[in-house]
Design a protein around this ligand. Structure first.
Ligand code: SAH
Length: 396
């Protein structure tokens, strides 16, 4: 049995927790000093010591832990974790039954009832992400439950709980038969090369699945496509498969060149018919403007924060300018796909940046499609920040 302590919640936050808010925040706790070590079970009570919820203490940059249950006599043991994973798996049945897509998320943190934990399935290679030392204390319960409930080739993990939520470098193999990387997975019949041994990113961001499909099926045909912050070139590959006239991928990381060649190649596309450029996106925009280059579709998918030699990009401060750069080199009647994974602002504010960018450029636009997280990235209404992805298709 894990140690359980009582944590008093300030009265003004009580209703929030009663209504289902899942994140334990520093400012809501009266007796912070009692949080002695991560992984302890915390019983949240109001000022009259009445039970509100129970959860665990675990430090992430988001907060101090997560609510696990609103039932006073529910015990947080292996049965509890098993039940949560079963519920999550039941919601993914359509994914398990779809041979065209073999990579998807089976457990999405607080959306599935346990904040700080995600589990992805890459064609039988399961990858657990632990986002705090606190949740990692429950590893035996969680790994044993998963082992019992899914047919796996192997189970891997990533610990993402050193400073700033960054990934701790190590081989994350736990059990099963070690994979030969890259493992090739499928998404709507397109191949992806996935690596578990290269840091926090594995080669594909599963949350953009519907956006990639939409680009391929509805917008790519005959268009020239500029894919910025392209990483492994996922959007370029889907554009090419959708009949794009040509794609140009721009990313400043050296690895992006070989990774993008690989993604094209495993999908039998001649990468030499496309441009893959290792450069700072902002320098590329300048170059394109000077040369008078224009594109029929420009894809913007920046990280929330990035530092290059020349610029510091922070999404809240700079998205509007990024859009203005894109507007300047998009053809009339062209499309801009504006994406962000930042949880620090919502869709409304994002649309505000778009509005401001177009008005400063004296340009008109229509929003033609909007996407948030796909169904395997389950979210709950009580935690808006959990639904971080925002993608808007804009027609100029
Ligand atoms: N759009 C990608 C994911 C982007 S991840 C996909 O769908 O898979 C963010 C990428 O931005 C990283 O590969 C990083 O190298 C790149 N990056 C960060 N700052 C950049 C900059 N100033 N110019 C170009 N690329 C940048």
């Amino acid at each position: 049995m894990k140690k359980e302590i009582t944590i008093k919640i300030k009265q003004k936050y009580i209703n929030k927790y009663k209504e289902g808010y899942p994140l334990l925040t520093k400012e809501s706790i009266v007796n912070l000093q009692d949080l002695e070590r991560e992984g302890i079970i915390v019983k949240l009570v109001d000022d009259k010591n009445r039970f509100v919820a129970k959860g665990y203490y675990g430090r992430q940059n988001k907060g101090y832990g997560w609510v696990l249950s609103r039932k006073e006599n529910e015990i947080i043991d292996i049965k509890f974790f098993e039940k949560k994973i079963i519920e999550a798996l039941n919601k993914r049945t359509p994914f398990y039954n779809n041979p065209s897509t073999t990579a998807f998320r089976i457990f999405n943190g607080e959306g599935d009832g346990i904040g700080g934990l995600t589990i992805d399935n890459f064609d039988g290679y399961y990858l657990i992400n632990w986002y705090s030392k606190g949740i990692y204390k429950f590893r035996d319960e969680i790994i044993n439950s998963l082992k019992k409930l899914v047919g796996f080739k192997a189970i891997y993990q990533k610990k993402r709980f050193n400073i700033d939520g960054k990934y701790v470098e190590e081989d994350g193999f736990i059990l099963g038969t070690r994979g030969q990387f890259p493992v090739i997975v499928k998404e709507n019949d397109v191949n992806f090369a996935v690596y578990f041994d290269e840091g926090a990113m594995v080669g594909v961001f599963l949350d953009q699945r519907e956006v990639r499909r939409t680009i391929r099926d509805k917008y790519a045909k005959g268009r020239t496509v500029l894919n910025t912050f392209s990483y492994t070139g996922a959007f370029s590959v889907f554009s090419a498969l959708g009949g794009a006239a040509k794609t140009t991928s721009v990313d400043l990381a050296n690895r992006s060149l070989s990774k993008t060649i690989e993604q094209f190649s495993i999908n039998n596309i001649d990468y030499e018919a496309h441009d893959i450029i290792v450069e700072d996106v902002f320098s590329y925009f300048k170059y394109a403007q000077k040369k008078g280059l224009k594109y029929d579709m420009v894809i913007l998918d920046p990280p929330s924060f990035a530092k290059s030699k020349k610029y510091i990009f922070s999404v809240e401060k700079d998205y509007k300018n990024l859009l203005k750069e894109a507007i300047a080199i998009t053809e009339e009647n062209g499309i801009i796909v504006a994406s962000t994974n930042s949880s620090s602002f919502n869709m409304k504010k994002f649309k505000g940046y778009i509005k401001d960018a177009f008005s400063e450029m004296n340009s008109k636009y229509n929003i033609i499609e909007e996407y948030t997280l796909p169904s395997d990235f389950k979210t709950i209404n009580e935690y808006e920040k959990g639904n971080y992805l925002k993608v808007i298709f804009i027609k100029i």
